[in-house]
Ligand binder design. Structure first.
Ligand SMILES: [Zn+2]
Length: 128
């Protein structure tokens, strides 16, 4: 198995990709953690619910805190890495959407370079 090795160059590449996709998805660039140690070192309230279990996943999106974790050491290849980055950022752009067909379609579109307009919360005032 060819584990992706985390070095400064790769870190920079990942952060660049996060920047590029964040622009396309019209979201503010999340703070990005690339190692389980960084998850454990982050303030507990930021990583609540997926802190000590984060190592099990390719990636985690902490929506409330605009924070993502890309588990570089667990990711087997470049394709999975790209897919994980886009997957987590789609969570950020579509916070109401659970995993499923529609979610996967958006990930595929994102990987192909699609842009999305900014997320707007629906107004609570429906009529006056
Ligand atoms: Zn997910």
């Amino acid at each position: 198995m060819n584990i992706v090795k985390l070095d400064p160059e790769l870190s920079l590449q990942i952060l660049e990709k996060v920047g590029i996709y964040s622009n396309r998805f019209s979201i503010s660039e999340p703070k990005t953690l690339l190692a389980t140690k960084e998850v454990l070192d982050a303030p507990k309230e930021m990583t609540e619910g997926r802190r000590t279990s984060a190592y099990k996943y390719y990636g985690v999106a902490y929506l409330q805190h605009n924070l993502v974790f890309i588990n570089v050491r667990k990711i087997p290849d470049e394709k999975t890495l790209e897919n994980t980055i886009v997957h987590e950022l789609i969570h950020m752009r579509f916070p109401y959407l659970a995993h499923g067909k529609r979610f996967n379609k958006l990930v595929r579109q994102g990987l192909k370079g699609k842009s999305f307009p900014p997320y707007r919360k629906r107004s609570k005032i429906s009529a006056i």
